[in-house]
Design a protein around this ligand. Structure first.
Ligand SMILES: [Zn+2]
Length: 81
């Protein structure tokens, strides 16, 4: 799992280190994700967003359909012989 220094972007071999072995920059403990992991998470969020969006559109479509069915002006009575 890659972990890069936020200051010099060099690969850090030891994530437990408090500072970068190259430039000495402090490594924030609250930075548990590497750039690749963040990108992966962002991608997952995007996919989730797309799924939610599709669901919302489907719901909207269903609502419109029901609204149309309830609308007396749009209501077409069944053909009676
Ligand atoms: Zn560094």
């Amino acid at each position: 799992m890659d972990f890069h220094c936020p200051a010099c972007s060099r690969l850090l071999y030891d994530r437990k280190r408090k500072s970068c072995g190259y430039c000495g920059a402090e490594i924030p403990a609250e930075m548990p994700f590497s750039a690749a992991e963040i990108e992966k998470l962002a991608q997952e969020m995007k996919e989730l967003d797309a799924q939610l969006q599709a669901l919302r559109e489907k719901e909207e479509e269903e609502r419109e359909r029901q609204k149309a069915a309830m609308d007396p002006l749009l209501f077409i009575p069944p053909f009676l012989p």
